[in-house]
Design a binder for this molecule. Structure first.
Ligand SMILES: *Cc1c(COP(=O)(O)O)cnc(C)c1O
Length: 360
């Protein structure tokens, strides 16, 4: 059974990527692996706009989200919260045995830089977590403005989740002074799940070295020690790294700026469809994500019915809302390899189905 995914992760994976992943594996301590590892570095550093190393972790993003807390927090972490993923990071921080402060915003509202300043001014914190694109609510936070505030507090190490915005918009890590930036494979990179990427600043690495209980699997110091040899601490998911190499070829063949522009254009197509049909986005339009649209179900649409029909008749699916927004919103992803044709076809199919699933 195979159908096309317009959900905000995992997203559709191309045949080229799948094919690349069938390249026979090599030993992870071999020269061949070192070549592969070093081949993907320049592309990754260029996409994160950083001089710092980019580590490859065999885990989904949550592995390195949790790992960042364990590596960096000695005092207390401030978790900026405005949706399912950012709310959960607060819970995960506490589960790591760390002190955590909740800076909570309504779901669908962006993180307010002024509130961040107020909270950090207490001097209680040594780490802040920020989710750039809160996928559950389709909200893109004003990351540059937030980082401008965070840099006023030199003792605070920033950890930024770009899981669903990496390669969608420009994320200049070094210029914005982000300490730890992380992403996952199955969102806009359009790879299967199982791999995450993270880049760690020197000052974050210095902090990590002073934290006693970093564990092993996500230890930044282990990542760095192995990075220097062109390797990963333990056996990595080599097929996904072949997939990543293939995807980086695609990204640079298209051109990074063209890729950003394509995401914006396809996102605007979806937004126009939302408006035409009398729906509205959950977040204020200016904070609407460029990766997906999270649409308020203001017309009492039978989302589950619509989605089953979409799958049965058109062989694709959208998302029926995440967590407490299930049924109250639906989400349409435009991440990854989508084109004007694929998004237009999806929207036309939705147009055809709408009358059947709206109240009479
Ligand atoms: C999907 C997602 C995650 C979690 O990723 P996993 O791969 O399930 O670990 C975290 N943050 C954001 C913003 C996401 O969209």
């Amino acid at each position: 059974m195979s159908y096309k995914l317009f959900i905000p992760g995992p997203v559709e994976v191309s045949d080229k990527t799948y094919k690349a992943m069938t390249t026979p594996v090599v030993g992870h301590r071999s020269k061949d692996f070192v070549e592969l590892f070093q081949e993907v570095q320049p592309g990754l550093q260029s996409l994160f706009a950083t001089k710092d190393p980019v580590y490859i972790s065999t885990s989904s993003a949550w592995g390195v989200m949790e790992g960042s807390i364990r590596n960096l927090c000695a005092k207390k972490t401030l978790n900026c919260m405005s949706g399912a993923f950012s709310d959960k990071w607060f819970d995960v921080t506490k589960r790591c045995g760390k002190e955590a402060g909740a800076l909570q915003f309504e779901w669908g509202e962006p993180v307010d830089p002024e509130a961040v300043r107020r909270e950090l001014s207490t001097g209680a914190y040594d780490v802040i977590t920020i989710i750039h694109n809160e996928t559950s609510t389709g909200t893109m936070n004003p990351l540059k403005a937030i980082m401008d505030v965070v840099r006023e507090f030199p003792d605070v190490i920033s950890v930024v989740d770009t899981v669903s915005s990496f390669s969608v918009v420009s994320l200049p890590k070094d210029e914005w002074g982000i300490d730890v930036i992380l992403t996952g494979s199955q969102k806009a990179l359009a790879l299967p799940p199982g791999l995450s990427l993270l880049s760690v600043s020197e000052r974050a690495m210095e902090r990590a070295k002073q934290i006693p209980d970093r564990g092993y699997y996500f230890d930044f110091v282990e990542f760095q020690k192995n990075y220097e040899k062109g390797m990963t601490p333990s056996t990595p998911v080599i097929p996904l790294i072949y997939g990543l190499r293939s995807k980086l070829e695609d990204i640079f063949a298209e051109g990074v700026e063209n890729r950003f522009a394509r995401h914006e254009r396809l996102n605007n197509l979806t937004r126009a469809w939302v408006e035409k049909n009398g729906f509205e986005l959950l977040p204020p339009a200016e904070f609407g994500s460029k990766s997906l649209c999270c649409v308020k179900n203001t017309r009492d649409l039978d989302i589950a019915g619509l989605n089953s029909a979409l799958k049965e008749r058109h062989n694709c699916v959208i998302d029926g809302g995440y967590g407490k927004l299930k049924g109250k919103t639906f989400r349409i992803s435009n991440m990854g390899d989508e084109t004007d044709e694929t998004i237009s076809e999806l929207l036309a199919n939705l147009d055809g189905l709408l009358p059947e699933f709206l109240p009479a």
